[in-house]
Design a protein around this ligand. Sequence first.
Ligand SMILES: *Cc1c(COP(=O)(O)O)cnc(C)c1O
Length: 392
Amino acid sequence: MTEGKKPATALIEGGRRKDWTQGIVSPPVWRASTILFENVAEMEASNPPRQGRLQYGRNGTPTQWSLAEALTALEPGAAGTQLFPSGVAAISIALMSVLAPGDELLMVDSVYGPTRHFCDSVLAGIGITTRYYDPLIGKGIEALIGERTRAIFLESPGSHTFEVQDVPGICAVARARGLVTLLDNTWATPLLFPAIAAGVDITILAATKYIVGHADAMLGTVTATADYWPKLERMSRAFGQHVGPDDAFLASRGLRTLGIRLKRHEESALTVARWLADQPQVARVLHPAFADHPGHEFWARDFQGASGLFAFVLAGGSKAARDRLVDGLSHFGIGYSWGGFESLAIPSDPERIRSATRWQAEGPLVRLHIGLEDVEDLIEDLARGLAAYEAD
Ligand SMILES: *Cc1c(COP(=O)(O)O)cnc(C)c1O
């Protein structure tokens, strides 16, 4: 719990308990499988396993507990955080912890592709149905709630197209109807959107992105309120979820600089986005901070800022020419993921993964992650790419 500390301070001090660190500033790596006890009575007293009590490697050491505690401290109102080996593992176990065969899940249509895949394959296979809804539905979600509806999953802004949802509005409806809400908060992190305080029950991060921040480890996290924490802990343990201490260390180290990194990502991304909006080859920029962006009013009301990921729609042209534009950029890498220190560009075709809504645009789409390079270099690179696109 933050206990009055401002987020920037919680980020620096979180999880650094003296008995876990011995005073070492950056919580060190404790590697373990077997942990030895003095006698049988002491071994038995280590049960049931819980964070903060050494029992067996799978249940963590101070390295993992420290990271979990630091993340919980960023979410006022949260009871605890579980770590997972990837963002997708975090999402799937979080869903499994609140759903049972026969239940229905309401899922936002702009959700991350692999989340959709989990629902349509694993959940469908065990008799849990998924109904997709328009990201801009807001409190109108009430009309979709049926007898079997148990949970609402949100992701805001949405993957690739960045629609911002009315998260507090949807959560208020859910609470009044006795439903649980889960949010994929990877884009904003708790620094830009403290989700539990906004009414979310379970908030999820692909910590692979901004928490690790250096494109060198995979990790997922789930933070829950007291109502859902025991279920989450039980399900994680049942599925044997564990994060290696080296990866937890990297995430913990990345976390300390999250605040200043996000500021720079935000600033440079806005500079690039505003420049792109003025280019004749660009039809539209999809950035939550733009006044005409779908759901901008919710971003302006609820968020503390923007991160470095957004997209733009080209004014006409073919997908092949768009792909050549991306291939020709020299400061932007081409690859999955984002949230590291480096800039990335990927082509995206959202129409392929929608079912409740239709994606229509003036031309093909490019998603950018703006890294920590000099922003003028990035703009020059894009200017060359757009000029070649026009001539293509
Ligand atoms: C990348 C991503 C994930 C998945 O995280 P992994 O660590 O790659 O499994 C989930 N949600 C969003 C929004 C993402 O961008």
